[in-house]
Design a protein around this ligand. Structure first.
Ligand code: GUN
Ligand code: ZN
Length: 436
């Protein structure tokens, strides 16, 4: 039997990057629209007056008239073992890792703890309208098992992996090149492509992986070319100096990963703040993805991401947007995009609200090569949705009094003033998410 539901509201979906195709051609908006969802997928999209009258008797209709309905938001870089590290005072990257993060992550050896935090983590993502994320676990395979099991239970599409790290951290957080390889391989066999779950091979960063471990990560990737790879790259000056010391043979930080075969279209490099021209050329040529993590880059004092330099049309680098909790300070992709806007202001770069909403939806889906499945409201897509209310708070409603039907202005208000309070509902495969 088919499970069917209709969802009514203002349907906003992107078809292209506004920076490439222009604002008008980038999106479709149906002011009084409806989606018909069947068995978790969008079966039809159109005017409410056309679609609702044709529904089989008894089909439930969720009425969100006045609110915007978008594809579920996508976060391309976040750490699930850092929900109790977020908002830890006073340190930059390497000290922050040692003082807070590497202490906390040791608790994930305990599967009961990992399961409890996985429940909190997915509740919090869904409360913020995020339906897909690219997630780092701790070094313990139990952490990735816990996250995938909870994601499977809720039917969300998650890309995740246990981190590989064999040096530069407390003994309780270290694997070895061989063990990291074997445990990651076991997780790939258990989870990659099971329902909506996908695996990301996750050497944490060059500072905590030996040559042998990066080589093992490259071998795993070669054996499982449809898996993702995630790591950190060029976030902080002390980090970069450490990488130079640890890999004297490398031309650059990027070159370390390149030599081990880690640069590919499904490779996501967090931060990418302080790259030189040859590094940008290699990221571009390999079609690798840079994850822009504005709240984290500000919080840890790492630097200002240079979007225009990355997207230079002579050698464009693909870019995703990400929270990077717990270096990042918010689970909300709205807050994250607002901070991205401010970082780009400091760089003298323009980032209209349409570009920001594209980035959080179709842009991030394209960065992950998943635009056939998520990131738009095209019929056939998986029905992950977020319902946003630009009048959610008194200050937002007050500001909205001055807006006469201008979509770009409304989106900008949502961006600058919105957060989890603006999320009216989140749907996963056409069903209202539990815990929202
Ligand atoms: N580099 C290596 N590990 C981490 C981490 O957990 N957070 C951030 N922001 N950078 C890292
Ligand atoms: Zn990170």
């Amino acid at each position: 039997m088919t499970t069917r539901r209709a969802i009514r509201g203002r349907l906003l979906s992107f078809k292209g990057d506004p920076a490439e195709v222009g604002a008008a051609a980038s999106h479709t908006l149906i002011e009084d629209g409806a989606l018909v969802v069947e068995d978790g997928r969008i079966a039809a999209r159109g005017e409410a007056r056309d679609l609702l009258g044709r529904l089989p008797a008894g089909t439930p209709v969720d009425d969100h008239t006045g609110c915007l309905i978008l594809p579920g938001l996508i976060d391309t870089h976040i750490h699930f073992p850092q929900t109790q590290v977020i908002a830890s005072y006073g340190a930059q990257l390497l000290d922050w890792l040692q003082k807070y993060t590497f202490v906390e992550e040791q608790r994930f050896k305990d599967p009961a703890h990992a399961a409890r935090i996985a429940r909190f983590f997915l509740d919090e993502l869904l409360r913020n309208g995020t339906t897909t994320a690219v997630v780092y676990g701790s070094v313990h395979p139990e952490s990735a098992d816990a996250l995938f099991a909870e994601s499977e239970r809720r039917g969300t599409r998650m890309i995740a992996g246990k981190v590989m790290m064999d040096r530069g951290a407390p003994a309780g957080l270290l694997d070895t090149a061989e063990r990291g390889y074997a445990e990651s391989k076991g997780l790939i066999e258990r989870w990659h492509g099971r329902g909506r779950q996908l695996y990301a091979i996750s050497p944490r960063f060059a500072v905590t992986s030996s040559d042998a471990q990066l080589e093992a990560a490259g071998a795993l990737l070669a054996e499982h070319p449809d898996c993702y790879l995630q790591t950190h790259l060029s976030e902080n000056h002390d980090e970069i100096a450490t990488v130079r010391r640890l890999f004297p043979w490398a031309k650059s930080y990027t070159d370390v990963y390149d030599r081990f075969g880690l640069l590919r279209p499904r490779s996501i490099f967090g931060h990418c703040i302080h790259l030189d021209e040859p590094e940008l050329e290699r990221l571009s040529a390999s079609r690798s993805v840079a994850a822009f993590c504005p709240t984290s880059n500000l919080f840890l004092g790492s630097g200002l991401f240079d979007l225009a330099a990355l997207r230079d049309p002579r050698r464009p680098v693909r870019v995703g947007l990400a929270t990077d909790v717990g270096g990042g300070t918010s689970y909300s992709m709205l807050r994250t995009a607002a901070e991205a806007y401010k970082v780009l202001q400091l760089r003298g770069q323009h980032w209209p609200a349409l570009d920001a909403f594209y980035a959080m939806t179709l842009g991030n889906a394209r960065a992950l090569g998943l635009e056939h499945a998520i990131g738009s409201l095209e019929p056939g897509s998986e029905a992950d949705l977020v319902v946003l209310d630009a009048r959610a708070t008194p200050a937002m409603a007050h500001r909205m009094e001055t807006i006469a039907g201008d979509l770009a202005e409304e989106l900008f208000v949502l961006l600058m003033l919105g957060d989890d309070r603006a999320v009216r509902a989140t749907y996963v495969m056409g069903e209202p998410a539990r815990g929202v």
